[in-house]
Design a protein around this ligand. Structure first.
Ligand code: PAF
Length: 286
């Protein structure tokens, strides 16, 4: 596996692979890779002949007071995991390489509606930062397909929309969330949890599962269901940022008639913000 740091080297390496008739898959990440990322690379290697990953902690998607500075940077360990998982090329640019003219005047990509509410409400500008960097990376790599984790459900919806709306010829694939044995969704931010917080954290997924089970059993009073579960989260020592039932495609608030649902949660355990979701199709479709 080759690691390149400049757009020029990236383009040259991808052009060589293209010249050999290879199908290109791309997995953008912010590094500090765990088994969830490895699953994305493994999937990419099954779907394409040449797998490109990126590691870039994108300042544009972090708000003031968020964890940009303490976000873990673990390049050597990440390179080893990528190599083992079947990645061919790693693009690991500097901030200057990605934003050579600075960020203030950087052209932005914004996806209205889908970016509003949920994480968009508590992290203003976050999805604009994500949509902008993903658009730039897509233009740099020009992959046939790109793979993202479903754990960032709203992010995946935003990326699907931008690719559709900007006519990018890239297939977007969402991969299921990888969980620890106790249900906690794998996340780079789990490393911020103390031992005691880590023991508490599975309550997040248990909450989603409890709501899904209640809906499957016919419960349709969503506000009451949510209120009860927020109280449970708080009793366990978490502070709910949001806990919502939405339509899985449009992300608008779910009505009792909707069949394709997603239950989404963001909650703070100490200062660590954990997000998770559970897709529930009452007609049994994935
Ligand atoms: O999900 C992430 O790690 C990031 O938001 C992404 C898609 C790599 C953009 O910086």
């Amino acid at each position: 596996m080759n690691t390149v740091k400049t757009v020029r080297e990236l383009r040259a390496a991808v052009a060589r692979a293209r010249g050999e008739g290879k199908r290109i898959a791309f997995v953008p990440t912010m590094g500090n890779l765990h088994s969830g990322h490895v699953a994305l690379i493994t999937k990419a290697a099954q779907r394409a002949d040449f797998v490109v990953a990126s590691i870039f902690v994108n300042p544009l998607q972090f708000g003031a007071g968020e964890d940009l500075d303490k976000y873990p940077r673990t390049l050597a360990a990440d390179q080893e995991k990528l190599l083992q998982a079947g990645c061919h090329l790693l693009f690991a640019p500097t901030v200057e390489e990605m934003y050579p003219d600075g960020m203030a005047g950087q052209t932005r990509v914004s996806v209205p509606q889908l970016s509003e509410g949920l994480c968009g409400a508590s992290r203003p500008g976050h999805f604009e930062g994500v949509a902008t960097v993903v658009s730039k990376l897509f233009n740099m790599v020009q992959p046939d397909l790109a793979i993202f984790g479903q754990k960032d459900f709203q992010q995946l919806a935003v990326i699907r929309a931008l690719v559709h709306d900007l006519n990018m010829p890239i297939q977007i694939i969402g991969e299921p969330t990888v969980r620890a044995a106790d249900g906690l969704a794998l996340s780079s931010r789990n490393g911020f949890l103390s031992e005691e917080q880590r023991a508490t954290a599975p309550v997040v997924y248990r909450t989603l599962s409890t709501i899904a089970e209640a809906i499957k059993q016919g419960e349709r009073d969503y506000p009451a269901l949510i209120d009860g579960q927020i109280k449970q989260l708080e009793a366990a020592g978490l502070r709910a940022d949001y806990l919502e039932i939405r339509h899985a495609v449009t992300l608008r608030p779910a009505t009792p008639e909707d069949r394709d649902l997603v239950i989404l949660v963001a909650s703070f355990l100490g200062t660590t913000r954990l997000i998770d979701n559970l897709h529930l199709n009452l007609d049994g479709h994935a």
